[in-house]
Write a protein that binds this ligand. Structure first.
Ligand code: ACO
Length: 377
């Protein structure tokens, strides 16, 4: 009777994303993810998700300049970031900062489509600025203001490091943003929709989504993959043996398995190729080499154990981001600054055709009790 995990439950119609988990297909608004990752930029994908079609050059230019105009965050928000305690998780910092953006927006409570599109653009433009500023402040450095003329990927790397990244790095980051932008009714998107379905404001919905993405069974897995790779590296054990031992202990191998895919996650395939490009300019291929060994032994073991468990998008993003010089605890924030494109696209759909989302639980508790006076319990 109960369906813990809502597996296979269809909660509504959407034009945004189609996934065939058995074939390993991921389609954004009719376009295959492989095609998009190779041939479009993150900004084009944002336009696609928000308008159900790819932009013409003039439309892309307009979106790019609107994003550029919205990137800066106010001094009040930067001052708030300065109050965050040492050791705060970057996803907690992002969650709190986006919530504060809502308090400073006079139009936060306007749920019209026009107002929500304006707010979505502002949130999407500001999230990379918030992530980079919070990271620099926790390291005792001043935030770097956004720079005109750079796209989202280039600008993020610039604000993070204080210098412009080379083309390969920018292209890798850009493709990674395309790959993470949307994924159907995943847990964080669902939680955003649940929040919006109460007619709460778009900031509240995005804060719900950020909190949901943080978990290690969802977006938090990319950071846990790196923990695992470091653990294997430090153990001095043969990686294949390490994985076999972990599986025998019923431990989950981070970056593998997916609720929807019973085939290779197509995003993992593209990321693996991107990894080759970025490693070509890097001295240190150790994390990618180790990832390949883990993938190999998982393929052998899963076949023997008769399980359809393959690498997911988080598996190779860990070694790619590490090679890009990005701190491990920032990985999930990068996922968030991309997925906000999908979250907001779903929110437009939700507000346009809303019904309160309110499932039920099967009651298995006690019945027919009467209250005894407190001194007799
Ligand atoms: N390593 C080893 N075994 C696994 C893994 C894994 N990563 N994932 C699933 N399994 C096994 C389970 O142990 C279970 O085996 P059993 O039937 O013998 O008990 C079986 O596969 C089914 O597992 P479920 O937990 O029912 O699968 P579910 O759909 O609930 O889990 C999840 C999906 C949470 C993603 C899971 O695969 C997992 O924990 N993976 C590791 C974390 C991870 O990489 N998360 C990122 C997901 S992608 C994303 O959010 C971007």
């Amino acid at each position: 009777m109960s369906n813990a995990g809502l597996e296979g439950v269809v909660i509504g119609q959407s034009r945004i994303c189609f996934i065939d988990g058995d074939k390993g297909d991921l389609i954004y608004a009719g376009y295959d993810i492989d095609d998009l990752a190779r041939n479009t930029s993150f900004e084009e994908v944002v336009y696609l998700l928000w308008h159900d079609r790819l932009p013409k050059q003039s439309e892309l230019d307009e979106l790019s300049s609107q994003l550029e105009a919205e990137r800066e965050v106010s001094d009040e928000i930067l001052d708030l970031l300065r109050t965050f305690p040492d050791g705060a998780h970057p996803m907690a910092a992002l969650r709190t900062a986006v919530s504060a953006l809502g308090m400073h927006d006079a139009n936060a409570e306007d749920n019209s489509d026009e107002a929500n599109r304006t707010k979505a653009l502002s949130i999407l433009a500001k999230m990379p600025t918030l992530i980079a500023a919070a990271d620099r402040l926790r390291k005792g450095k001043d935030p770097v203001a956004p720079k005109a003329g750079l796209n989202t990927a280039a600008n993020f790397l610039y604000m993070l490091n204080g210098e412009e990244a080379d083309d390969v790095r920018v292209r890798t980051m850009d493709a990674s943003l395309v790959l993470h932008a949307e994924h159907g009714m995943n847990a964080s998107t669902f939680s955003a929709r649940v929040t919006a379905a109460t007619l709460a404001d778009i900031y509240s919905a995005i804060v719900s989504a950020i909190g949901t993405l943080k978990g290690p069974s969802h977006g938090g897995a990319n950071s846990r993959v790196m923990d695992m790779l470091r653990e294997i590296d430090e153990s001095g054990q043969d990686p294949k043996e390490w994985v076999r031992d972990a599986l025998d202990r019923k431990q989950r191998i981070m970056g593998f398995g997916h609720r929807v895919y019973r085939a290779v996650d197509p995003r993992a395939t593209v990321l693996r190729e991107l990894a080759d490009q970025i490693m070509a300019g890097s001295q240190d291929t150790r994390w990618l080499d180790l990832s390949d060994k883990v993938r190999e032994v998982m393929a052998e073991e899963m076949e023997q154990r008769g399980k359809k468990i393959y690498p997911n998008v988080d598996f190779f993003s860990a070694s790619v981001y590490t090679t890009l010089g990005i701190d491990q605890d920032l990985f999930t924030t990068i996922f968030a600054m991309s997925r906000v494109a999908g979250w907001t696209a779903h929110l437009f759909e939700q507000y346009a055709d809303n019904r309160l989302i309110r499932p039920r639980a099967e009651y298995v508790g006690e019945r027919n009790r009467t209250v005894e006076p407190i001194d007799q319990r």
